[in-house]
Design a protein around this ligand. Sequence first.
Ligand code: ADP
Length: 374
Amino acid sequence: MKTGRSIWAGLATMVLAIVATTAAIFGLRELVPVVSTGVLYLLAVLLVSTYWGLWLGVLTSLLSAAAFNWFHIPPTGRFVVAESENWVALGVYLVTALVVSTLANAARTRTEEAERRREEIAEAMAELEALSRERDRMQAEAVEAEALRRSDELKTALLRAVSHDLRTPLTSVIAAGAALGSASLSEEERSELSAAVVAEGDRLSRLVENLLDVSRLEGGEAAPHREPVDIAEVLEAARESLGEEREAVQLRVRGELPTLEADAAQLERAFANLLENGVLHGGGRPVQARCRLVGSRLVVRVVDQGPGIPEQERKRIFEPFYRAGNGATSQAGSGLGLAIAKGFIEANGGEIEVESMPGQGSTFVVSFSVSRTV
Ligand code: ADP
């Protein structure tokens, strides 16, 4: 039985307690009958059993019984137990030692157990905390690394776009400009060259506008100016912005539609890009923009009858500078149109996804949740 206390201190306490009790009984002899003073030894037994456990408790009982017998029970100076009540006293001492030490030991064990559990829980909590700190750190690092990778990719793509997409129209503008200076040009050649300068200039200005939009969206600086917006008017304006190509776009708005709280100019840019792509990839067949209310969502579908988009490309086409496929049309743009469309649509609380059956065309589905119906 482990008590955690020194055995020598126990023995010393036992001897002291027994000597003190024996001496005290000598003092009380005149006042009370000797037999009833024997109960005082119980104090020594209690003390030792509580703090030093069963075996020292039993030893204290035996020595108490012996001391009582030797010094106080007639005939004194001998170990003779003449009266049966002295056996009873010894029995009581032993039982007390047994009970008290068992109880004290159980209490000690419970305390130690509780203390150990508390330590285990504290250790587990500390481990959990360390783990969660480690996880947070790793997550932060991963996010940082991902942001760095993205910004690196963007920078590379931007350089590529600037070096290729800006240089091509610039070369044409410079060549046409130089040719315009020639004196031997016919009127027709002159107007062709000037039209080429305007067209390439337009292309440049669109590209620069796109680059600015993407950098605003990436930098989180494209906060929409929200106001009540009529989606049919936005689609019409987007169609108009296509110039001559607008003829290929058919608008179909079903029923009365609720207004959206959105930035009309941003949505117009987004839908213009979708319509432009539809016309560009639509193989000369008409592009439809259909709009209707589906439950609590306003849904716009831009449907073309072009070659469609293979499944592995569908996620990536929304990334800035990504150009899918290797057909001639895929090289025409800068790969920014869909990134801008998605950025503006999401900034205005909408969602965009693409459905496509390769060979049968693509459908870009844009939806906004509307709180009230018409
Ligand atoms: P770009 O401005 O170069 O057109 P986008 O971001 O608009 O770039 O489109 C990215 C790619 O997605 C394009 O290179 C094109 O291959 C593909 N894509 C976009 N719209 C369509 C469409 N309606 N049909 C087929 N492919 C499309």
